[in-house]
Design a binder for this molecule. Sequence first.
Ligand code: XMP
Length: 476
Amino acid sequence: MRVRSQPGLTFDDVLLVPRRSPVRSRGDVDTSSLLVEGIRLHIPILSANMDTVTESEMAITMARLGGLGIIHRFMSVERQAAEVARVKRAENLVVENPYTIAPETTVAQARQLMEEWDSGGLLVSDADGHLLGILTTRDVLFEDDGSRPVREVMTPRERLVTAPPGTTLAEARRILHRARVEKLPLVTEDGRIAGLITAKDIVKREQYPHATKDEKGRLRVGAAVGVKQGELERAEALVAADVDLLVLDIAHGHSDHAIEMLKRLRATFGGRVKIVAGNVATAQGVRDLAEAGADAVKVGVGPGSICITRVVTGFGVPQLSAILECARAAREVGVPIIADGGIRTSGDLTKALAAGAQTVMIGGLFAGTRESPGFTVQRNGQRFKLVRGMASLSANMSRHDSADVDPDQIVPEGVEAMVPYRGSVVEIVRQLVGGLRSGMSYAGAYTIAELQENAEFVPITLAGLQESKPHDVHVL
Ligand code: XMP
């Protein structure tokens, strides 16, 4: 048995000491950070792989803002792969394989496909891939006869504006403007479909200049996998859907079965996909996962808003100490770390990054947003959304066929809770990043690396914590 000589610290136990700063404007600082080698985020924030936080809608928004979403794994393999595909299709430089339908497809079938594929315009082609026309929502909106073939209502090939493969975005922008149309099919000399450029993609590109994108201009997305049987097949389906990052996610990531699974994933995919592993709370945990092939390591045992791991098991390390210790080891072995859990404010975010994390993962704070899965509920005239730990009783129950799971055998390590509905996650991220930018200017730092270099933490007492919050006033 050992007892550490220093108490563990978390965010509220410390403050950052201000220092002379050359930063004149918050706008001058650069919040970008390395998630894993080859993927840099404009804002160092990930949305958590929890079933009340991240599915495709959250992931699309996070990537557009310059962060990243990790799709949770508590759904079928097919559905999780489809969620990944939805993010990858949300924006493109060029849609390489646009959705196509046959000319005999009925209007009713086309309407259904448009909804299923979330697409307002489908290319109509023959069996050899020759472009025959375009069908848009406007063509079918007021068509009373659902049994008509789409060839009778589509805009035919001869009335379409098209361009050859290799057309640049700037050229496409000009052509779309001149013709006042929204879709530009790319067509080979012999009339076959070679791609599609849409006005929507061009507008989004201009609207979100810092979006997190892959080399094909598609939004990046991560997805979680576990260690149990069948998870390698899950990983294969996700990689086939072009996921950018797998997150091997188990509560105790510093365990033999996590390390074995990590090695298996690495052996299967080589360098084809980035792999994050976790969670750990010690230097040795970081070293072992890095050695087993992790591109980044996720840090945090028990700090999460809905976690009761520390209460139930007695294990955990206060999050700031965990980050400090893991960051030292991570620098030695050359992998970035992701601080996961316990972030409530932009001050916490700044402290986590200053302590050595390259990025942070956020769950509870994003759970009450429009983009998180689930419905809002009304209580006493206020709107709420559900958040639950992935090791909570209800999450455990919904993973099993409830007929053969005995609730008495489950030992939950998470809780179910309600959080106030907070509107769009865009506003929360804006506040977080605004606070981080201010914090960086207090540290005299233009970059996250300088923030880490310049950071000096001062432990504070309970009196110091009280002083740090509004006091002796009635807050409105
Ligand atoms: P926040 O504080 O942002 O933390 O809500 C999100 C992180 O909490 C972890 N998580 C859990 N930890 N039991 C736990 O001990 C759980 O049931 C549970 N569910 C999520 C996870 O690391 C997440 O990213």
